[in-house]
Design a protein around this ligand. Structure first.
Ligand SMILES: [Zn+2]
Ligand SMILES: [Zn+2]
Ligand SMILES: [Zn+2]
Length: 473
């Protein structure tokens, strides 16, 4: 699908050889070396990654797995929380675990939610839907508690109460059981990113954020440009934020490699021409997951006619170019073209749900006593009282797992998995030498719907189940 109208980006012309080198598939040998090392680092010796130029990468087991056994924990290479999700969840920008306290999570969300709620009608509406959404939580309630519940629905929580909740002056009963790591602010002072620890703050700064930070260390013109870039991404597609993070990841890796190289060769003057090989090396973790350029593989939306495909793709490409221009203004680097990676959803369960379930399951009279305090907050939170942290991330090993509509493994967060790592569990016994597959979509959907969703990933599924169902149709 390459070709058609010319790219709006002059870099595509000026650096066509370099870009082609960056986007060309890595050699089988370098893929093998890269993943052998990664599997050793990840301590998942039950796996191996096979690669060939026709079918791409696949993950195979080198040992048997029992049903329910952990297959892999895969930390994310680069990830971003969805912009809209930032209202609901305060999480560490590096490892994506929930931070602060139950009180801070609830209070912050209610304050932000209130800012968006305009009148009482809407409030009632939210409450009504809440009634349905948390039925399971209250299915043991008797008549009296139902009436209290009804009364409390009219309750408003004052701004003052919310502030003391956020400020730590008001604590909710039993919340210490669900204690969360305290909040560390961005060392660059941007107030946009928060962390669970100094080590997460430092790692994020070192690997990604130092380039994108809008804090006090940035020159004001650069900061304004960065804010414009972020605004454009938020109003069009927040995947550009992830792309920007990938770009800074590569630039920072490149700078580190170069420094290392200069140190090693202090007395050597023949360092001309090292930049591009170093850039290729810095880009390597990304190139391993690179599939296609985004505009070449994004699925055609329903309302776009097939005959308009070319122009649709060009529009998307121009959008990406606009975003890149905005980003370039703020970081003055021009190495990278936006691309698509094997992205997966990043999901971390909220501790707020566990908290309210815990309160609901307390024995009497502790439960009634606790609910006097907690129920108004639950009411105000509405049916979305425990939204997960949601985003997009690039998981180096998970992204090598192929899709099947009859998978033998799945991404599944256990109770102890409280951060943004991908956790893959066997859903049935897996034999030694079997390919490990996961489903990229809801595999319970009918054939046609599955195929439509999989088009977004750029392939037509030919798994045994699809073959069988197509034959029967
Ligand atoms: Zn963290
Ligand atoms: Zn910052
Ligand atoms: Zn299939």
């Amino acid at each position: 699908m390459e070709g058609g109208s010319r790219s709006p980006c002059p870099l595509d012309m000026d650096f066509s050889t370099q870009i082609a080198a960056l986007l060309s598939p890595p050699s089988a040998e370098s893929v093998k070396d890269y993943y052998d090392e990664l599997i050793a680092i990840r301590k998942c010796p039950g796996l191996k990654i096979n690669f060939n130029n026709d079918s791409g990468k696949a993950v195979f087991s080198v040992k048997e797995f029992e049903e329910g056994e952990l297959v892999l924990k895969d930390p994310v290479l680069v990830a971003a929380q969805h912009t809209t999700n930032k209202v609901d969840c305060l999480v560490c920008s590096h490892c994506f675990r929930f931070i602060g306290s139950v009180e801070l999570q609830i209070g912050r969300k209610l304050i932000l939610q209130d800012l968006g709620l305009t009148d009482d009608n809407e409030k009632v509406c939210t409450m009504a839907s809440h009634n349905v959404g948390t039925d399971s939580l209250f299915d043991r309630k008797d008549d009296t508690s139902t009436s209290t519940y009804q009364n409390l629905k009219k309750n408003y929580i004052s701004g003052e109460v919310l502030e003391s909740l956020v400020g730590g002056k008001l604590s909710l009963p039993f919340s210490s059981i669900f204690s969360l790591p305290s909040v560390f602010d961005c060392p660059g002072g941007c107030k946009e990113e928060h962390y669970c620890s100094k080590s997460c703050a430092d790692s994020d700064w070192e690997f990604v954020h130092s380039i994108l930070c809008t804090g006090r260390n940035k020159e004001s013109s650069q900061r304004d440009a960065m804010l414009k870039f972020i605004e454009h991404a938020n109003s069009t597609n927040d995947i550009f934020i992830l792309a920007a993070k990938v770009i800074s990841f590569v630039i920072l890796r490149f700078k580190k490699l170069k420094q290392l190289c200069l140190k090693k060769n202090e007395k050597c003057t023949k360092l001309v021409g090292i930049d591009f090989p170093l850039l290729l090396e810095a880009w390597k973790p990304v190139s391993m997951g690179f599939k296609k350029r985004w505009w070449d593989c994004i699925a055609l939306p329903d309302d776009v006619d097939a005959s308009d495909e070319q122009s649709f793709r060009m529009q998307i490409r121009d959008l990406a170019y606009t975003s890149l221009l905005l980003l370039k203004k703020s970081i003055f680097e021009d190495e990278c073209a936006p691309c698509i990676l094997g992205n997966f959803d990043l999901v971390v369960a909220s501790p707020i749900e566990d908290y309210f379930i815990y309160i609901d399951e307390l024995p009497s009279p502790d439960k009634e006593e606790a609910e006097k305090l907690t129920r108004p907050f639950l009411e105000s939170l509405g049916d979305e009282y425990s939204v997960c942290c949601q985003g997009t991330g690039f998981y180096p090993i998970q992204s090598c797992m192929n899709h099947s509509c009859l998978p033998n493994a799945k991404a599944f967060k256990r109770d102890e998995d409280k951060d943004g790592q991908a956790v893959i569990i066997a859903v049935r016994p897996i034999l030694e030498g079997e390919e490990i597959t996961i489903s990229y979509i809801d595999e319970d959907l009918p054939y046609e719907e599955r195929q439509a969703l999989l088009a977004d990933y750029g392939f037509k599924c030919m798994c045994p189940r699809c073959v069988e169902e197509k034959r029967k149709a």
